[in-house]
Design a protein around this ligand. Structure first.
Ligand code: A3P
Length: 318
């Protein structure tokens, strides 16, 4: 067994991550940040975006910023959406995690109303939003766990500070065991699904956002207490398609991921942005194993995720 881990993990994980309360956490989210996060002073007008990694977080952040700016795209020019929203458990300098300042420092100094981001499970989140009665608003975005796995696998190969698994098969076994960075998909998603009817919680699904982005924009705007015209909603939706965000240096994370961090290889953060890519990775046996776990974990929850694109994407909708 690797030192500091409760179960055997691949060498790439031991080199880049640590285990905290049973969850594998990358070193770029150090324990000193997790401790600060747990005791973070939540303000009632804070708006959190919480997700399991690779579930459309950046997409949601882009939408929230554009909604805050009332659809004025110029306000993002020269800025990057990921720089506007502190990633609470992250260091500032990814190349030097042990000595870097923390993004939570900036979050504490930020003027209200703040938009803040975290991938943490409820037991690591600020006390005031980690219960069934969150004291500030939380937008939670969930993506089906098979596409999420594929996206996370690629992300791990895209940025140096993440573990570079030797193969999809190795990654898959770790994901199945809930031992990839940030732990189990189920532990992250299900508590927020349970809270979905709380007035401070908006639970959205990535697949629904793909199917009908204007409706998602309307829902998020309403949640943020904004009343936007149909024209503004259309403008925000058009600026927030996968293609539009990939082409926009203010929303494509590639433009701020430094060469010291990126592993290059012509990869992109904005990879495919589709439903069903998992079919290109999961073998029949892996699919059967994952379905078994999925049935067990989801039993009785009422949460249904979409694993296949049912209708072609129609950009003319907006
Ligand atoms: P893929 O790797 O499957 O392409 P996160 O921001 O949580 O890390 O999620 C990243 C995933 O969301 C990536 O998935 C990325 O391409 C996808 N994504 C980002 N913006 C999107 C958009 N506007 N529409 C659809 N998918 C988007």
């Amino acid at each position: 067994m690797n030192a500091g881990f409760s179960a055997k993990v691949p060498a790439c994980v031991a080199e880049t991550c640590y285990e905290h309360e049973g969850v594998i956490v990358p070193n770029i989210m150090p324990l000193r940040a997790l401790k600060r996060l747990r005791n973070f002073a939540v303000r009632p007008d804070d708006l959190f975006v919480v997700t399991y990694p690779k579930s459309g977080t950046t997409w949601a952040e882009h939408l929230m910023m554009l909604i805050r700016f009332n659809g004025n795209l110029n306000k993002l020019e020269g800025k990057h959406v990921l720089k506007l929203i502190p990633f609470l458990e992250h260091v500032k300098d990814l190349a030097n995690p042990s000595t870097s300042a923390l993004q939570i420092d900036r979050a504490e100094r930020l003027k209200s109303p703040r938009i803040l981001k975290s991938h943490c499970h409820p037991p690591f989140l600020p006390l005031d939003i980690s219960t069934d009665d969150p004291k500030a608003k939380v937008l939670y975005v969930a993506r089906n766990p098979k596409d999420t796995a594929v996206s996370l696998y690629h992300f791990c190969h895209y940025v140096g500070p993440m573990p570079s698994y030797e193969s999809w098969d190795v990654f898959f076994e770790e994901y199945l065991a809930g031992r990839t960075p940030q732990g189990s998909w189920f532990d992250n998603v299900l508590p927020w699904w349970r809270r979905r009817n709380h007035p401070n919680v908006l639970f959205l699904k990535y697949e629904d956002m793909i199917k009908d982005l204007p409706t998602a924009v309307r829902q998020i705007a309403h949640f943020m207490g904004k009343s936007l015209s149909d024209d503004v909603i259309k403008r925000i939706s058009r600026a927030s398609t996968f293609k539009a965000m990939k082409n926009n240096p203010s929303s494509n994370p590639d433009s701020i991921i430094s060469p010291a961090i990126s592993r290059g290889n012509n990869q992109s953060f904005m990879r495919k942005g589709i439903i069903g890519d998992w079919k290109n990775y999961f073998t029949a046996d892996q699919n059967r194993k994952f379905d078994e776990l999925y049935e067990k974990k989801m039993a009785g929850t009422g949460l249904v995720m979409q694993f296949e694109a049912k209708a072609p994407f129609i950009p003319s909708l907006y």
